[in-house]
Design a binder for this molecule. Structure first.
Ligand code: F6R
Length: 618
């Protein structure tokens, strides 16, 4: 799970590579490095730590040349240090490579190459590729890469250069993403589009098993059998400014504030003349009509969105829904067949476990529908049908806008599907009337948080003081019921990810079965007590916590009596809506609370430790 880039053209390669890596840092930031060809030599600069450390090194020790490769790493094999940082070179320093993925047969390859005299210096699986390409090289880099990748097992996207072939970069992919950018007399290869968008909008998605050979000012794509593939570039419509911070202190905050606009656009795109439309869906309505059960598969935040989808689909479309974490799904021989619709949800569209689950579901004959954010991603392409969330690039590692967009898409899909199943008729109109209020309600909810001094920021500051005063003993519990229970899991996940504070999410009804033992004056307990059929029950849970000295942050609907209840320590209101329309709204204060708490602790909010945006390893 790393970011890779390659460039050849007329520009200073160092600058293009570093700029590109800055857009790929969300994929990993344990180390960064570049290799540039200069006068028959390969100059390597690589450093442990974030890209800024490499930039500092380059300011003293620049790399000159117009062809090069770059890498930003999220360590899998070998600790993060300078030696394990990419690019890796072969023993003769003729070849340099960058790699994203995992080479499963690296031990066997290493043994074979060591026997031939190749010297390994790093603890990575990737270094094997440099020596292997070198071993296969007989004067033509494409041929050497072709031979080398045929011996690799595992997943990879690689870009390779040879010191005697300036102006040539060769890329290959299997199960890790790679795109080619086509500029004016210049070419790029990268893990993701934002890395090249500043220079070109024309990209070609490299398919599994393909090799890209860029040389003499031209690009050739070879299919797995070595046949030349002809493919028109896709013009990217979104702008690089969508991937910038636009004056917000962090990408996470910017992305939280983008949520109303995303839902507004979704409505404009998906609802025409009072009807919900999914033009790119590609699974015929007659196939959806005969579906008997749905299995939702996803990881992390996307899994929580899937859990909300279960409540929605079962309630409205009356079709049973199972929700699995993708990492568990395929190992339990899941009961999916041709009567099952498998919905895989993934922001990045590259999550290895979700992709593996998709393949397993297809193998078992199920129709697979992907809910994805990244256009042309592996999951989007391999699924039978896709619905894009169109939330724009999500840069902060902690997912926010993609989550609410996933829930909103599942809301729309539920009514669309229920229409096909015949479980709703006129109600669709009522649903749309209420759903159309969502962007306005999100605006209203976010309004008070535009200034840095706001209620949630204040609560976060008080928590920070409390935490320090208790020698770091405090933690968080998140409680909710029914359709908002997955939001309790998500609120806890957000806090854990960026604040490194222990946090658990529970269905509030489970409290008495164990977690209540945690309650004393230490934990802060976030209780979702919005307008709902279980409101009274949540009030009882709050009393149970208060009676045991716990500190309560209540999330309530506007006008709720709890806002005036002095025994409640903290209360946050959201617009009053029917319960089924509340998850997108409840998610927002939970995101903001996590954001402000992390800010109080001074952590790197957009790049939390040990995490990466796109988890392309299992
Ligand atoms: C949490 C987060 C992760 C992702 C998970 C799945 O903030 O971002 O839990 O939700 O890694 O990623 P995608 O949706 O890209 O498959």
């Amino acid at each position: 799970m790393c970011g890779i880039i390659g460039y050849t053209g007329r520009r200073n390669a160092e600058q293009v590579l570093v700029k590109g890596l800055s857009r790929l840092e969300y994929r990993g930031y344990d180390s960064a490095g570049i290799a540039v060809i200069n006068k028959g030599d390969i100059q390597i600069r690589k450093k442990q730590g974030k890209l800024s450390v490499l930039m500092d090194e380059l300011s003293h020790n620049p790399a000159k040349g117009t062809t090069g490769i770059g890498h930003t790493r999220w360590a899998t094999h070998g600790v993060p240090n300078d030696v394990n940082a990419h690019p890796h070179v072969d023993s003769g320093r003729n070849i340099a490579i960058v790699h994203n993925g995992i080479i499963e047969n690296y031990k066997e390859i290493r043994k074979r190459l060591q026997a031939k005299g190749y010297e390994f210096v790093s603890g990575t699986d990737s270094e094997n590729i440099a020596h292997l390409v070198s071993d296969c090289y007989a004067g033509d880099l494409y041929k050497a890469v072709k031979k080398a990748v045929s011996m690799l097992k595992g997943s990879f996207a690689i870009v390779v250069i040879h010191r005697e072939e300036p102006g040539r970069i060769v890329g290959a992919r299997k199960d890790s993403p790679l795109v080619a950018g086509l500029g004016d007399g210049e070419y790029f290869l990268a893990s993701d589009i934002p890395a090249v968008l500043e220079y070109t909008r024309d990209v070609i998605y490299v398919e599994n098993g393909e090799i890209v050979d860029i040389k003499d000012g031209g690009i050739t794509i070879y299919g797995s059998g070595g046949k030349i593939e002809r493919r028109d570039p896709t013009a990217i419509k979104w702008d690089i400014s969508q991937a910038e911070k636009k004056g917000y202190k962090h990408f996470m905050l910017k992305e939280i504030f983008e949520q109303p606009g995303i839902i507004r656009n979704m409505l404009a795109e998906r609802v025409r003349k009072g009807k919900i439309k999914f033009e790119e869906l590609a699974i015929p309505e007659k196939d959806l009509k005969r579906i008997k059960r749905i299995s939702v598969v996803a990881c992390g935040t996307a899994y929580h969105a899937g859990l909300i989808g279960k409540y929605l689909i079962e309630k409205i479309a009356r079709v049973p829904v199972w929700v699995d974490q993708a990492s568990e799904f395929r190992y339990r021989d899941p009961l999916v067949d041709k009567d099952t619709l498998v919905i895989v949800i993934s922001q990045s569209g590259e999550t290895a476990d979700t992709l593996a689950a998709l393949r397993e579901a297809k193998r078992k004959g199920a129709a697979v529908l992907a809910v994805c954010n990244v256009l042309g991603s592996s999951i989007a392409r391999e699924a039978d049908g896709v619905i894009y969330t169109h939330a724009g690039p999500e840069i902060a590692v902690a997912s926010t806008k993609a989550y609410t967009a996933q829930i909103a898409i599942l809301h729309l899909f539920t009514y669309f599907f229920a229409g096909i199943k015949g479980t709703v008729g006129k109600e669709e109109k009522g649903f749309l009337r209420e759903f159309r209020k969502l962007p306005g309600n999100l605006d209203k909810l976010l309004g008070p948080y535009h200034s840095a001094k706001n209620r949630l920021a204040g609560y976060a500051a008080e928590f920070h003081e409390y935490y320090l005063a208790r020698n770091n003993k405090s933690c968080f519990l998140y409680l909710a019921r029914n359709i908002n229970y997955p939001n309790a899991l998500e609120g806890a996940l957000k806090l854990k990810e960026i604040s490194y504070i222990s946090a658990e999410g529970y269905p509030a009804g489970e409290m008495k079965h164990g977690p209540i033992a945690l309650i004393d004056e230490n934990p802060w307990v976030v209780c979702v007590a919005t307008n709902a059929q279980t409101h009274e029950k949540m009030l009882s849970n709050i009393q149970e916590i208060k009676a045991r000295g716990g500190i309560v942050i209540a999330i309530v609907s506007e006008g709720d009596d709890l806002l005036r209840d002095e025994s409640i320590n903290y209360a946050i209101e959201i617009p009053r809506v029917p319960e089924i329309f509340s998850p997108e709204l409840v998610a927002v204060p939970l995101q903001l609370l996590a954001y402000y708490v992390a800010g109080e602790f001074g952590y790197d909010i957009d790049k939390p430790r040990n995490l990466a945006k796109s988890v392309t390893v299992e």
